[in-house]
Structures are given as structure tokens and as C-alpha cells.
Design a binder for this molecule. Structure first.
Ligand SMILES: Cc1cc2nc3c(=O)[nH]c(=O)nc-3n(C[C@H](O)[C@H](O)[C@H](O)COP(=O)(O)O)c2cc1C
Length: 324
């Protein structure tokens, strides 16, 4: 699937740095965009809509200045995540701000994508919607989204339970737009694997927690370096819906570990906790995906993107030489 025009000549790698609650802000998003990958943050990482608007102004001004002083550098557009759910009373006000400041890409989680699509398309923006199964992908396609994020098993945050290979195929059956694959991707070759499956872009969260521009504590980053995939517990105990957390941080917060392994299909019905409770919980219990086992360092975004590019190029060359 060809990429939307907005992304065609602005990316140095087929990569979006995913929005992360309490972790990503303008510093991380700007560093990503300046390296030619989409940077993002959740609107809710600012406590008020006024604060969120300040961030949008900062993003637009800094990227415009960077583009004018670096006309030959591929500079990616940025994205903002809106949680479209009745537990988030701000989402409509925040959407109006996205329209006012013409946010290039709006990433929606949970319901009501069609209202967002109409608003964002009015100024030429794109809407990407994240899903964990084909049923929700079909709904998003009907709502007219431009991209669907396949949140597969092993992802950080509110992860899905479906194998990534199967999930990408299931989404492609019902959607011919841009597909982004999320869940445990950490290396450049993982981006190539996503493309080989039929996805257009990789969507990486956990890997970007361990950058110097993220808002994570050092203890959080160190726990990621020490954790392996078996340490990731997918449980509804913290959020009300299943999400991935590091065992070490659940233990430190006093959760009874023998009761936690009750993951199931994500169901955003009545169960999601109010946003203030979520904020309290996620501050002390740290989310990460199974890709932790592949993360051994903390480095600036520029160095990470350089390494990912090298790995991507090497993997492509290796594959071409073995298949020709
Ligand atoms: C700490 C953390 C916070 C997250 N917060 C959000 C969020 O606020 N909104 C959202 O749409 N996704 C959120 N996610 C999910 C990511 O956007 C992305 O789907 C996921 O991290 C991809 O999987 P990976 O971590 O294995 O790369 C979060 C993930 C993590 C690890």
C-alpha cells in the first residue's frame, strides 16, 4: 500500500515512535521528527487542554523553524494521540485544538473514530486508529480512517493478544489503507519484517522509553534494560482492561502476583478506569512490551534512529543477497 502523500517524502525510515502515557512529550516528538520518523505524544500528557495547546504551538513553531534551516533534511510530521472514550472528558476540546493547530496526524484509541475523521480531514490531516482485532479494524475502515495500527501480542500499553503475522493479514483483508504494526519491534530488521508481512510502517513504543529525550525515570529505564520477555505480565489489574507491565514493578507496588495472569481480549466497555486513577497507577507500575529483552541501553533519539537505519539497510541487503 503506498504511503499517504504527507509521509511519502518526509520519512527516513518506515517508522512511527508511538505515543506513551507519562513518557512522551515535545522533546521526544521533536527529536524524532527531526530524524525523519514520526514523533508523537498523548494529549493527556498535559494536565489541561491549555497546556496541550502550548505543546501544539511549540511543535508547529519548532518544526517550521527546523524545516526552514534544514531544507535538505527529511523532517517527519508529528502525531497526537486522543483517547476517545467517555472516561476522558477532554477529548472533544482537545480535538478542536488539533483542528485549530492543524495537527498533521491524529492517533485515536478506543471509540468514535468517525467524528475525529471528519474533523481531521477538514484540514487535510490523517487519522490512524489502533485496534487489536479484525472486528475493530472493520469498524475503523468504515469510519474512513487513513491508517490502522495493528497492536499485536507482546506490545507495551494496552496490548492485544493476537499474533502479529495473523493480525496484519486479518486487517489487510478488510482495509486497503496504511497499516502500522506494533508489538515488540526493537531493531531495524523488525521494520523490514513488518513490511514483508504487508504492513507499511513499524510502530515502536517501548524502545523509545529508553531514549534520553523520554520523560521516564532512570529506574524505569534500568528496569527495561534488566527485564526479559517473560517478565511482561498482561493483566487488567492496573487499568481495568488488559495492559502489559513489568513483573518487577508490579511486585514493587505490592500486587499479588498469583492473581495477575488473567489476560484476555481487550474490552473497552464499562471497565476502563477513570483517567485520574490511570495516571496514579501508571506512575508507580511501569508498562513495557516484550521487546524489553532486546533493549540494553539508553541513547539519544538521533543515535537510535541511525542504528535502526543501519540495521534496516543491512537486513535488506542480506535478504536480497539470499533471495536473488
Ligand atoms: C508506557 C507506555 C504507555 C503507553 N501509553 C499509550 C497511550 O497513552 N496511548 C496509546 O494510544 N498507546 C499507548 N501505549 C501503546 C503504544 O502507543 C504502542 O502501541 C506500544 O508501545 C507498541 O508496542 P511496543 O511497546 O512493544 O513497541 C503505551 C505504551 C507504553 C509502553
Amino acid at each position: 500500500m503506498p504511503l499517504p502523500a504527507l509521509l511519502k517524502d518526509t520519512l527516513s525510515l518506515p517508522l512511527v515512535a508511538a505515543p506513551m502515557f507519562l513518557i512522551s512529550g515535545p522533546a521526544l516528538a521533536l527529536a524524532c521528527c527531526k530524524q525523519g520518523i514520526v514523533g508523537s505524544f498523548p494529549a493527556l500528557n498535559q494536565r489541561t487542554s491549555e497546556g496541550f495547546e502550548d505543546w501544539l504551538v511549540q511543535m508547529n513553531e519548532e518544526l517550521a523553524a527546523f524545516r526552514s534551516t534544514h531544507p535538505d533534511v527529511k523532517t517527519a510530521p508529528y502525531a497526537v494521540n486522543l483517547i476517545v472514550h467517555r472516561t476522558n472528558p477532554r477529548w472533544q476540546a482537545d480535538l478542536e485544538l488539533c483542528v485549530k493547530h492543524q495537527v498533521p496526524i491524529v492517533i485515536t484509541s478506543l471509540g468514535a473514530a468517525s467524528q475525529v475523521v471528519e474533523a481531521v480531514h477538514s484540514y487535510g490531516g490523517l487519522v490512524f486508529h489502533d485496534v487489536t482485532n479484525q472486528k475493530h479494524a472493520r469498524k475503523a475502515a468504515e469510519a474512513g480512517v487513513d491508517g490502522i495500527i495493528a497492536v499485536a501480542a507482546g506490545a507495551g500499553g494496552h496490548a492485544g493478544t493476537i499474533n502479529p503475522v495473523v493480525l496484519v493479514h486479518e486487517i489487510r483483508e478488510v482495509f486497503d489503507g496504511t497499516i502500522l504494526l506494533a508489538g515488540g519491534l526493537s531493531h531495524g530488521e523488525d521494520l523490514l519484517a513488518a513490511q514483508a508481512l504487508g504492513a507499511d510502517l513499524g510502530y515502536l513504543g517501548t524502545r523509545f522509553i529508553n531514549t534520553t529525550e523520554s520523560q521516564a525515570d532512570d529506574a524505569y529505564r534500568n528496569m527495561i534494560i534488566e527485564a526479559v520477555s517473560a517478565d511482561i505480565i498482561h493483566t487488567p489489574a492496573v487499568s481495568g482492561v488488559p495492559a502489559s507491565f513489568m513483573r518487577q514493578s508490579l511486585e514493587a507496588a505490592g500486587y499479588a502476583m498469583d492473581r495477575l495472569n488473567q489476560a484476555g481480549e481487550v474490552n473497552y466497555g464499562e471497565k476502563l478506569k477513570p483517567m485520574d486513577d490511570e495516571a496514579k497507577a501508571w506512575k508507580t507500575v511501569w508498562s513495557a512490551g516484550q521487546g524489553v529483552s532486546q533493549i540494553h541501553d539508553v541513547l539519544p533519539v538521533a543515535d537510535l534512529v541511525r542504528r535502526l537505519s543501519e540495521e534496516y539497510g543491512q537486513a535488506r541487503a542480506r535478504l536480497l543477497s539470499t533471495t536473488s
